[in-house]
Design a protein. Structure first.
Length: 337
């Protein structure tokens, strides 16, 4: 929440109350876009579906993004990232281990495709002047990336970190807690060099490792041998050793590593935000640079109802007395009831 809601205003409104609903419609009246991803019943129960909003703003672009779309057998199902992931086939690509990827792919995919849909709607509006209702199924956004698999069916064999054309190819344990190095041997020249620079020349004499086919067929034995060597050394040490010999290798970074990474620091990728006197959070700045200038996310994510007063006064034009009534009647507030 804190990472993706920087530079946003936060307001609370009781949409079940008449006064709260009116203030929401006042915001809609002066807005270009409304985005929602409630379960399908919510806006219907509040009588705030697209046609109602369109009546107060005929040029409104509205993006609705429930888990499974606005119609169909699953449309009334509530959803979150993990639920939707299970409905997209992603766990089968991981051979059901672990059961969930823990990444919540659809959160990222749906958000980005939702933005693309909004921009398309705004482009259409610039020509027609008319509003647009966009029905975005989060399940379908993930499926749109699986075209090849939908055509040929489930993959017959998972290669994990391996490669059918390179061996060894994978992640190998290093000294330290949960430290790993990724190594890719592209050809026989790489293999010869690898064995020499690591001082494991005996591997060159083993028939099981004598060529690519043998190394692929004896992957378990090969990886066991490499792990027995690599686990005694630091990942940084192996990275330097192999890269200096033109062997593709790189330390697999942890989140802690990334925060101290000299390349990312040099590019001003991260920034530190103090949430209070004791706690500091790290967030990523906008991940692109325009005309040699990185757009810096300067405002932390809003606390509950943090910008009520600003929105009600500067945007909706209410006076102090009107705002006091809204607080008294619990239409808005800074605390959860």
């Amino acid at each position: 929440f804190n990472a993706v809601n920087q530079n946003k205003l936060g307001m609370t409104l009781d949409l079940e109350a008449k006064e709260g609903r009116e203030k929401f419609l006042d915001l809609v009246r002066i807005s270009d876009i409304v985005v929602e991803n409630f379960s399908l019943r919510v806006l219907k129960n509040l009588n705030l579906e697209f046609q109602t909003l369109l009546n107060v703003n005929p040029s409104l672009i509205m993006l609705r993004m429930p888990g499974y779309g606005t119609f169909g057998e699953y449309s009334l199902f509530p959803a979150n990232g993990s639920c939707i992931e299970l409905m997209t086939g992603i766990p089968s690509l991981l051979n059901y281990s672990p059961e969930l990827s823990s990444i919540m792919h659809t959160d990222v995919i749906a958000g980005n495709l939702g933005l693309a849909a909004i921009l398309t709607g705004l482009f259409s509006k610039s020509h027609s002047g008319k509003g647009q209702l966009i029905d975005l199924s989060q399940q379908e956004t993930a499926l749109s990336f699986f075209g090849d698999l939908l055509s040929v069916g489930d993959p017959q064999q998972l290669i994990e970190n391996g490669s059918p054309e390179m061996s060894p190819h994978g992640a190998f344990k290093c000294a330290g807690n949960n430290s790993w190095i990724a190594i890719a041997i592209r050809n026989e020249e790489d293999w010869q060099t690898f064995c020499h620079v690591t001082e494991n020349r005996a591997w060159l004499k083993r028939k099981e490792f004598s060529n690519l086919i043998n190394r692929l067929q004896n992957k378990v034995l090969l990886h066991e041998a490499i792990n027995n060597w690599s686990k005694k050394l630091e990942a940084d040490e192996i990275e330097t050793l192999l890269q200096s010999a033109s062997i593709p290798a790189i330390k697999i970074a942890s989140i802690s590593d990334l925060k101290e990474n000299f390349h990312l620091k040099y590019r001003s990728v991260f920034k530190e935000i103090s949430r209070n006197q004791e706690e500091k959070d790290y967030f990523i700045n906008t991940p692109f640079i325009v005309n040699n200038h990185r757009i810096i996310n300067s405002q932390k994510s809003p606390e509950f109802g943090q910008h009520n007063y600003h929105i009600l006064t500067s945007i909706l034009g209410l006076n102090e007395h009107e705002i006091e009534i809204l607080y008294t009647n619990q239409i808005t507030g800074n605390h959860i009831k």
